[in-house]
Design a protein around this ligand. Structure first.
Ligand SMILES: Cc1cc2nc3c(=O)[nH]c(=O)nc-3n(C[C@H](O)[C@H](O)[C@H](O)COP(=O)(O)O)c2cc1C
Length: 349
């Protein structure tokens, strides 16, 4: 039974951050009691060398510390991306830092990587029953706010080293708008040095652990064609394993006039769909299937998920749509993608 339409008015009467914590704790309880169990239709696919049970993932940022993996997994996701986690714990920005724009099916957040550090996240992953049962977890890593941007690579290397053995894949997040100058790492020389250092570290860690853990790069939607081209060339040259497109946007055109449109932070949900899908399509064109792509940004129904597949995504992720629609959206997206897959393989008559 879909209870979310009943629960949503209650949750939306609370502050967004309070509702966030309450929902995650309630999910954990429900999953432990076995009253929450949603199963998606099987849609197996191997991406980055990893066998996924279906193509629908949770996007990073909802479970920054990996403290709610089992509750989230009970909703049927084929994979869960936790983080962004930084080497050291940090409080993030002062509250309020999360805002609802219900008229637009959108959120604005300026959390600023509030998290309890990578060591704590690793111990949470180790405790997760989902992980013990072979469930797929990606760990999304970032830099501490106090680390100067010209030392950012050290933070990524540290976080990669600490998380490597516990992840199915690791995401390098250089696209959050809420950490000063982070997005400058998407530019030529900085990107070059970062990717080279990470690939070198990945090779060493693969030798050390006897296991290759793929690296995905997560990029912003606020990039022009030339920037997308440069990123595509760099990930290809450095043999990155995937690109995740995209993070939240700084643009406000689509939400002008909303009481919260002026809040600083990243805008997510329906208004980011077009930009995010355009960046995905441009990447796909440039990379011509050489690298898998994960499409995220503004999926609010099966239709947008299918559009991401058409634009070149092998897998999709959702966040904001889940806040507005609850677990039924995961199922709807899963069903739509199975249907899409069947149509692709239907013989022509
Ligand atoms: C409240 C909130 C916090 C987020 N935190 C992170 C984060 O820590 N790391 C990250 O890579 N993306 C983060 N994101 C971005 C999402 O993972 C996703 O890329 C973006 O919201 C677009 O997808 P959506 O429209 O389905 O929400 C966050 C998004 C929201 C709404």
């Amino acid at each position: 039974m879909n209870l979310y339409p009943l629960l949503r008015p209650l949750l939306f009467s609370l502050s967004p951050e309070t509702a966030h914590h309450l929902s995650l704790n309630a999910l954990d309880h429900a999953a432990r009691l076995g009253v929450l169990k949603q199963t998606l239709p099987a849609d197996p696919v191997t991406v980055m060398g990893i066998p996924f049970p279906n193509r629908v993932g949770l996007a990073a940022g909802l479970d920054k510390d990996g403290a709610h993996i089992d509750g989230l997994a009970a909703m049927g996701f084929g994979f869960i991306e936790i983080g962004t986690v930084t080497p050291k714990p940090q409080p993030g920005n002062p509250q309020p830092r999360l805002f609802r724009l219900p008229a637009h099916g959108a959120l604005i957040n300026r959390f600023g990587f509030n998290n309890q550090g990578v060591a704590n996240l690793v111990s949470n992953v180790q405790r997760s029953q989902f992980v013990k049962n072979g469930g797929i977890v990606g760990i999304n890593i970032g830099k501490n706010a106090t680390t100067p941007i010209d030392r950012a690579n050290d933070d990524y290397l540290m976080a990669l080293e600490a998380s490597y053995a516990h992840a199915h894949y690791v995401t390098i997040n250089i696209s959050s708008p809420n950490t000063q100058n982070l997005r400058s790492l998407q530019q030529d020389d900085a990107l070059e040095a970062l990717l080279a250092g990470l690939k070198d570290k990945q090779q060493r860690l693969a030798d050390q652990h006897g296991r290759y853990v793929p690296l995905a790069l997560k990029i912003a939607p606020d990039l022009d064609d030339l920037q997308v081209d440069a990123i595509a060339s760099a990930v290809r040259r450095h043999h990155f394993d995937a690109v995740i497109a995209t993070n939240t946007t700084l643009e406000r055109a689509a939400v002008m006039g909303d009481p919260h449109a002026g809040e600083t932070g990243g805008l997510s949900g329906k208004p980011v769909f077009e930009k995010s899908t355009a960046v995905l399509a441009a990447l796909h064109q440039k990379l011509a299937g050489e690298l898998p792509l994960i499409g995220v940004g503004g999926i609010a129904s099966g239709t947008e998920a299918v559009a991401k597949r058409n634009a070149g995504a092998d897998l999709v992720q959702i966040y904001t749509g889940l806040i507005y629609q609850g677990p039924a959206l995961i199922r709807e997206v899963g069903d739509a993608l199975v249907q899409y897959q069947r149509q692709q393989h239907r013989p022509a008559i």
